[in-house]
Design a protein around this ligand. Structure first.
Ligand SMILES: Cc1cc2nc3c(=O)[nH]c(=O)nc-3n(C[C@H](O)[C@H](O)[C@H](O)COP(=O)(O)OP(=O)(O)OC[C@H]3O[C@@H](n4cnc5c(N)ncnc54)[C@H](O)[C@@H]3O)c2cc1C
Length: 327
């Protein structure tokens, strides 16, 4: 029988990043395919509640490493703990989120163990008794599938929103407390202060995204889109053409070389619908496209299409939503 499938539970400010639970969904499918168990692992100062929550999303067992040394996120400390667990239990595969924190821990743990790491994975399937990991390659022009035949466990970081979120249930997990000897004296870093980025955007977790492309014509267009996004409690996205024009920072970019998003509503303004853009948003629940070219490819992917100039349409939407929402 294959070994268990493990998912790393990422957390910030005492709450699990919901996308970690997304990994439990695909993790469950893999574990069922192997006939093994889905387990989670979590590292932090106090993680009891986080560990229990993982049980409600399908983990049957959660390995928890606790200690003051893990109070603030330090990749160095977390990776030492993760590597110790992976070495001890040798799961079939360990899945991390492809976020800054997840990648930090996964890469350092893989390096400590001398194992390979598949980053930014968008596909996971069992092939020949191993997990086949698929990722984009060569700037998104190809996709490549890899199997690490020698390493046990295989380690992968997975793009947020690449897999469906599992339903929350009434399940509970057995919590196994593990102690790993990591002390401040072993670490080269200490956290002095956390400073939130003024431009930080949480595109990946937004339910509504208002996105702009080259058709906006300038950065002022994004001010209009932001007004609509703020009104709807959403976030602002962008095509690569808009980012390359320096109208908006890269962290807003959606697409193959940007973020993969799956909001309830994606409003695309002045975006043509190139394949690389669609790769990052085509699984949105509802796509509304505004484009002055009736033949723009984006309309093929859209649930609703509005042919016209965004400068006429977006202000009307703002006006209507303000009235509807009493704002
Ligand atoms: C390897 C690789 C990776 C890439 N990765 C990404 C990626 O991650 N994300 C991404 O977005 N792109 C990516 N691209 C680029 C992609 O191929 C397209 O060039 C890009 O998406 C085009 O952006 P756009 O739709 O904003 O611009 P355009 O294709 O120029 O489209 C602008 C649209 O705006 C419309 N328009 C013009 N004026 C108005 C107006 N006033 N009102 C309404 N509509 C108007 C036009 O009709 C047109 O359809 C990548 C390309 C490569 C080769």
């Amino acid at each position: 029988m294959a070994n268990d499938v493990w998912v790393y539970i990422e957390h910030k400010e005492g709450a699990v990043s919901p996308m970690s639970f997304e990994l439990l969904g695909i993790g469950k499918q893999l574990a069922e395919g192997f006939g093994s168990n889905l387990c989670a692992f979590v590292i932090g100062a106090q993680v009891d509640d986080l560990a229990k929550e993982a049980g409600t999303y399908g983990a049957s067992k959660v390995y928890a490493v606790e200690g003051d040394v893990f109070k603030d996120f330090r990749g160095e400390a977390y990776a030492k703990a993760a590597a110790a667990l992976l070495e001890k239990y040798k799961p079939e595969i360990a899945l991390f989120r492809a976020t800054v924190m997840g990648t930090d821990v996964a890469a350092a743990a893989a390096a400590q163990l001398g194992f390979g790491l598949c980053t930014d994975t968008i596909g996971l399937a069992i092939d020949g008794g191993k997990v086949k990991m698929t990722r984009a390659a060569f700037g998104g022009n190809y996709s490549v599938s890899v199997v690490n035949e020698k390493a046990a466990p295989q380690i992968a970081t997975v793009r947020p929103k690449a897999f469906a979120m599992p339903e929350k249930g009434a399940g509970s997990a057995e919590v196994v407390k593990e102690s790993v000897a990591v002390s401040d004296a072993d670490l080269a870093t200490k956290v002095v202060e956390f400073i939130k980025s003024a431009t930080s955007v949480n595109l990946v977790e937004a339910d509504i995204i208002v996105s702009g492309g080259r058709g906006l014509g300038n950065d002022q267009g994004f001010a209009m889109l932001k007004e609509l996004a703020d009104l709807l409690g959403g976030a602002v996205g962008a095509s690569r053409a808009a980012v390359d024009s320096e109208w908006i920072p890269y962290e807003h970019q959606v697409g193959q070389t940007g973020k993969t998003v799956k909001p309830k509503i994606y409003i695309a303004c002045g975006i043509s619908g190139a394949i690389q853009h669609l790769a990052g948003m085509r699984t949105s629940d509802c796509i509304v496209a505004i484009n002055k070219d009736p033949d723009a490819p984006i309309f093929k992917a859209a649930s609703f299409g509005i042919v016209g100039d965004y400068k006429d349409i977006v202000p009307k939407m703002i006006e209507k939503f303000k009235a509807k929402l009493n704002k």
